[in-house]
Design a binder for this molecule. Structure first.
Ligand SMILES: *Cc1c(COP(=O)(O)O)cnc(C)c1O
Length: 387
């Protein structure tokens, strides 16, 4: 197919392949197995763990959205992370951000450390920390930007450039927060991209899934091998749902980030709020870098509540449009306290080291009406006021 722009690609790539009835959307093939014509000859698929036409449609779509050569859909976001980490072997060394997703942190710090793969967690806001941690054995650099929940920004271009000067380690970016609509790490120098499609790509809080997209087919073949060998590919129905969700990604992201900007500006002016973390604010230290590598600033923000002025539990109770829940990227707004909820898989010391306060509140803005969301936050802050 010829090159198309993002919104067109999201709708068309990988779909419309039904030869039987010319269905407009991709058919769902739940079949676990496929008939051979004769020994050694299939119609393209033999067994769903290794390949499935519904999943293939999604993979082709996601690869195109990231401008990659190959894409793979996995059972969960953590399965996508797992697939990439299985490119490593005992004795290899990893450098990861110190504020990456808690589940990834835990996987590197426990399971893979026990297998003899060491990880150094560094503050990647300063790219020189990455080059300083490079060793002969370093085989993988793990970047996440914007990070969670403080929205720290890593300069992907600069990390890739400086690492590549002295090392041939693979560079992988977890691109879940911005989605491919706002940030395309392969274009900035990364070798691999992973997603939790559970979040923005599916966007409707009704699937868990993941994806790996590679810059070369050779790397893609290695990922395909680990996914098949580990048995962590995405189920056909889940793939079908994600493919349905991704078609509206661009439209949803526009409203998510419109709402996030409005709430960030509102909270910045509110006396019960000590600090707002949103890369779209000029006061955010990563604002310029974010602007140079992202097409927009995204739909996530967090803020530190002043505990002397506002009660956090009462705030959550008083909100009517923001559900107290983990996860993010759905059409409905969600709110949570990372210290007590999403980041519990990190030790208290690790949470402190990452700069997360017990009064930090993370918001995933949905696609509801902007004014309704602001009005609800305003009334809830008032209802929870301690003054
Ligand atoms: C949610 C998330 C993951 C893990 O994805 P699951 O689908 O929950 O397994 C990984 N990275 C980031 C940034 C996430 O937000």
């Amino acid at each position: 197919m010829k090159q198309t722009r993002f919104k067109t690609t999201a709708v068309h790539r990988g779909v419309s392949k039904d030869k039987a009835y010319n269905s407009v959307i991709t058919p769902l093939y739940p079949s676990s197995t496929f008939r051979f014509k004769k020994i050694g000859e299939t119609a393209g698929y033999d067994y769903t763990r290794s390949g499935n036409p519904t999943r293939s449609a999604l993979c082709e779509n996601l690869a195109a959205l990231e401008n990659g050569q190959a894409g793979y859909a996995t059972a969960t976001g953590m399965a996508a992370v797992t697939a990439v980490l299985h490119l490593l072997k005992q004795g290899d060394h990893v450098i990861a951000g110190n504020d990456i997703y808690g589940g990834t942190y835990r996987l590197l710090d426990t399971v893979f450390r026990n297998l003899g793969i060491e990880t150094d967690f560094v503050d990647m806001r300063h790219p020189e920390n990455v080059t300083a941690a490079l060793k002969q054995e370093t085989r993988l650099i793990w970047i996440e930007t914007p990070s969670n929940p403080l929205m720290n920004i890593v300069d992907i271009r600069e990390v890739c450039r400086s690492v590549k000067q002295t090392s041939d380690a693979l560079i992988c970016v977890d691109n879940t927060f911005p989605s491919p609509y706002l940030q395309q790490p392969l274009e900035l120098g990364a070798h691999l991209v992973v997603h939790s499609t559970t979040k923005y790509i599916n966007g409707h809080s009704d699937v868990v899934g993941g994806a790996v997209i590679t810059g070369t087919q050779e790397l893609g073949d290695r990922i395909a091998f680990t996914i098949n060998a580990l048995g962590i590919a995405q189920a056909p129905f889940d793939s079908w749902l994600v493919l349905r969700g991704v078609k509206t990604l661009a439209l949803r992201m526009e409203q998510h980030q419109k709402n996030a900007r409005a709430l960030a500006e509102f909270l910045s002016r509110h006396p019960a709020v000590q600090k707002v973390y949103y890369p779209g604010l000029e006061s955010h230290p990563g604002h310029e870098t974010a602007g140079s590598q992202m097409k927009g600033f995204g739909g996530m923000l967090s803020f530190d509540l002043d505990p002397r002025r506002c009660d956090m539990d009462r705030l959550f109770e008083a909100l009517t449009l923001y559900a107290l829940a983990e996860s993010l990227g759905g059409v409905e707004s969600l709110i949570e306290a990372p210290w007590h909820m999403s980041h519990l898989s990190m030790s208290e010391e690790a949470r402190e080291a990452a700069g997360i306060s017990p009064f930090n509140i993370r918001v995933s803005l949905g696609i509801e009406d902007t004014d309704d969301l602001i009005a609800d936050m305003e009334q809830a802050l008032k209802a929870a006021s301690l003054l």
